[in-house]
Design a protein around this ligand. Structure first.
Ligand code: ASP
Length: 348
């Protein structure tokens, strides 16, 4: 009898240790077998500044982008593929500040940043300050898969892109009148302020269209792998080869299958200082809190206290999706494993 009890006890012990690293997340149940969530930037996005046509254009592009990724996941494709293809739809649209439609630097050039991370192996790739690669997110993936490095920048990143056979473009490909005008407006306003010696800020949230517009995507595939990716032109009027949070793993992008995947958008300097994307994952890992609790704490409390504005989209390992932002709006969409689509722009 004693022997049988001992055997049962040992079996129970072995079973409980089967996956000793499996983290328990509080108040969280399995929600989706696969899922996808995207953003097209956060900022001073107000209904009063939006025409019905413009609103419709954003809604349609967000829907088109997320549907591409959702179809990949539904058909058993990888979350890496879903993130890349979804982001590329937005990179190719001048509506967003990524790829075509990227904002201008102070020197009237476009410098693009992007990153991607996979949650099963914590592998990551990123690029900063590229100006002649059509799809920065595709280049970030190449860095992740085919280079010994995580983050490449400038000229070197272009050389690597050519070696990998990626589509190269003339820097003028990224020119759009709307973004160029935004830069001129900011410069004019800044000059007036500098003349009165009131500010040295490079960014002015009051100027319409100078708002953020980065794109990002997080996907969970049927194998349980989470991928997060982000692509941007950075912030209008940036100088001195400024690099924002979007290509910084842990700030703009993070994925870990034990917790969640996150893509950020907003004033990058604050996201870097707050290590926002990793902080959300770390709160879940160390405190066992839910994704919603972690994103609320990080975006509405910690980031705000720093003075940072912006938001994130995220998915946890159970397929729960979250949007969280502390700005007036964030272009965003999600789609669950039943194909239920949600597209939103303003704060509810
Ligand atoms: N986070 C980006 C940056 O600071 C900007 C954005 O999200 O719109 O470069």
């Amino acid at each position: 009898m004693k022997k049988i009890v001992s055997v049962i006890l040992i079996m129970l012990l072995v079973m409980s240790c089967k996956n000793p690293t499996e983290k328990k997340i509080k108040n969280t149940a399995k929600a989706n077998e696969f899922a996808i969530v995207i953003h097209g930037g956060a900022g001073t996005i107000l209904k009063k500044n939006m025409s019905p046509e413009k609103e419709k254009a954003y809604q349609e592009k967000l829907t088109e982008a997320i549907t591409v990724g959702h179809n990949i996941l539904k058909n058993g494709g990888t979350s890496v593929d879903a993130v890349i293809k979804t982001i590329q739809v937005m990179e190719e649209s001048p509506l967003f500040n990524a790829g075509k439609g990227a904002v201008f630097t102070h020197d009237e050039t476009n410098e693009l940043d992007a990153s991607i991370m996979t949650g099963n192996d914590l592998n990551a790739g990123a690029v900063a300050g590229v100006s002649n690669v059509k799809s920065p997110i595709a280049l970030a993936k190449e860095v992740m898969l085919h280079s010994p490095h995580v983050l490449l920048s400038g000229q070197g990143a272009s050389v690597f892109a050519k070696e990998q056979g990626l589509e190269m473009v003339d820097p003028s490909y990224f020119y759009t009148e709307k973004r160029f005008e935004s830069l001129q407006k900011i410069k004019k306003k800044m000059k007036a302020e500098l003349d009165h010696n009131t500010t040295t800020a490079f960014y002015d949230p009051d100027i319409k269209d100078a708002k953020f517009g980065t794109v990002g995507c997080v996907a969970l595939d049927k194998t349980g792998n989470i991928t997060a990716g982000t692509s941007t032109g950075g912030m209008t009027n940036k100088r001195w080869n400024r690099i924002g949070d979007s290509p910084i793993i842990g700030a703009g992008t993070y994925a870990n299958n034990e917790t969640c995947g996150v893509s950020s958008t907003g004033w990058g300097e604050y996201f870097i200082r707050g290590v926002v994307a990793y902080d959300i994952s770390a709160m879940m890992a160390y405190k066992g809190v839910s994704l919603k609790e972690a994103t609320t704490e990080v975006i509405q409390n910690k980031l705000k206290k720093l003075g940072g504005t912006g938001g994130v989209v995220a998915i946890d390992k159970y397929g729960n999706m979250v949007y969280e932002f502390n700005t007036a709006g964030m272009y965003r969409a999600s789609m669950n494993d039943k194909g239920v689509l949600d597209v939103k722009i303003y704060k509810e």
